[in-house]
Design a protein around this ligand. Structure first.
Ligand code: BTN
Length: 247
């Protein structure tokens, strides 16, 4: 997929650029990477701070032939591939917070946003957006983010990471895991996700539309949902949302 990487300077969001390419028929694996985003988007409608030259701001076009129900599996797959690339290239102990935030020492270093685009009710293509804080120093983060966000440079004791090498490893890792998914199914991806997870075994809270539900994270189910066990010992599964640690 690396040969399909398009480099741009300033964009509003690489998600929109990738979408434009997908709409005009760009093949699977086409990726867009920008130096800066002026309107970077995060999950749940949040903004994603994407300052010039400091990170990897990248979106990849995927065209899986799947039902909408399998989208959570691809969300987890993307987390696995990017986490492995961070560990290999940057040498950091990154772990996955469900579904696909990457944390180091409890602070977030990378966020992944999967957006599905539908045609006549079926998913037509997906855009996987990946944002990695590579080069920021502590002072670059606004005060309120310092406890919860970090960069690869901070975690490497000030040593900058080669963004080119990391982006290439992320793309080839994504491609490899994606092929594995279609050849062998979701099970090996789920097993690797569980190994890399910093969520399993923890007591977590999930904010729902009506109430907050809590439970201990026990593992993934076959669809990519997170299995939780509540205080009454009952198992329930969540497919999307935002979790908070309780311990
Ligand atoms: C999150 O954790 O909320 C997801 C953040 C995703 C950020 C990336 S940066 C590249 C791509 N373009 C965007 O506007 N967002 C994603």
């Amino acid at each position: 997929w690396l040969e399909r990487l398009v480099r741009l300077d300033t964009v509003v969001s690489t998600q929109e650029e990738a979408r434009r390419l997908a709409e005009s028929g760009a093949p699977e694996g086409t990726a867009v990477m920008a130096e800066e985003q002026t309107g970077g988007r995060g999950r749940q409608g949040r903004r994603w701070h994407s300052p010039r030259g400091q990170g990897i701001w990248m979106s990849v076009v995927l065209r899986p032939r799947l039902t909408a129900a399998a989208a959570p599996q691809l969300t987890l797959l993307a987390g696995v591939a990017v986490c492995e690339a961070l560990r290999e290239v940057a040498g950091v102990e990154a772990g996955i917070k469900w579904p696909n935030d990457l944390l180091i020492g409890g602070r977030k270093v990378c966020g992944i946003l999967l957006e599905a685009h539908f045609r006549e009710g079926v998913p037509d293509y997906l855009i996987a957006g990946i944002g990695v804080d590579c080069l920021a120093v502590e002072e670059d983060f606004p005060e309120e983010l310092r406890a919860v966000a970090t960069s690869l440079r901070i975690e490497r004791g000030g040593v900058p990471v080669d963004r080119e090498e990391l982006a290439a490893a992320m793309l080839s890792g994504l491609e490899e895991r994606y092929r594995q998914y279609f050849a062998e199914g979701f099970a090996p991806i789920a097993a690797r996700w569980e190994e890399l997870s910093v969520t399993l075994g923890r007591r977590i809270a999930l904010a729902g539309p009506k109430e907050q539900r809590t439970g201990v994270a026990a593992g993934l189910d076959e669809n990519g949902g997170l299995r939780l066990v509540n205080d009454a010992g009952e198992t329930f599964t969540v497919l999307s949302g935002e979790i908070e640690w309780m311990n």
